[in-house]
Design a protein. Sequence first.
Length: 176
Amino acid sequence: MTSVFQPIFSPLVTCALETERHVAGAGWDQRPRLFALVRTAGLLEHEPHLRAQLGQGEHDALTAIEQEGLPNTSSLESILARLAWPEEVNGVALAVERLVVPPEAERDLPDNPEQAAEALAAHPDRKDVRLLVAVLRDGESICLLRQRDHDTDDKVASGSDIAPGLVQALGATLQD
């Protein structure tokens, strides 16, 4: 008898993986993308015409709804500090691209922020990454990290502590 192992993911992890793949399908060099996470069953109750696209939806399944018109700003923190969600929104996900450099690359950077950004972008050991961070109202969270150098679905790293500051900032948008 052959047994096939199928990993069981929480609804948040499943939704985050689907959302990350959706974002990855648009390629690199994207602006930050923000998603409201809602229970699929509740969404179908209010929007039955979506049943053809979403199917029946498992009881706990989540659906990501992209929030269009996110302001184009260099201060993502200021946008997150002003966000609040209605109670129908069960969670939030954010996809954002970043440059990662070794710690020593940050020594001796120019004081001018634009010049510092240029120096980091030109660093030979820099890595382009995309983070997708998803958080629910109950505190459950997941972080997914895709590197441009290893841009395949099977190379996406996951963990709850990859971007703790972003997890905390997104969680704060869900608090009353």
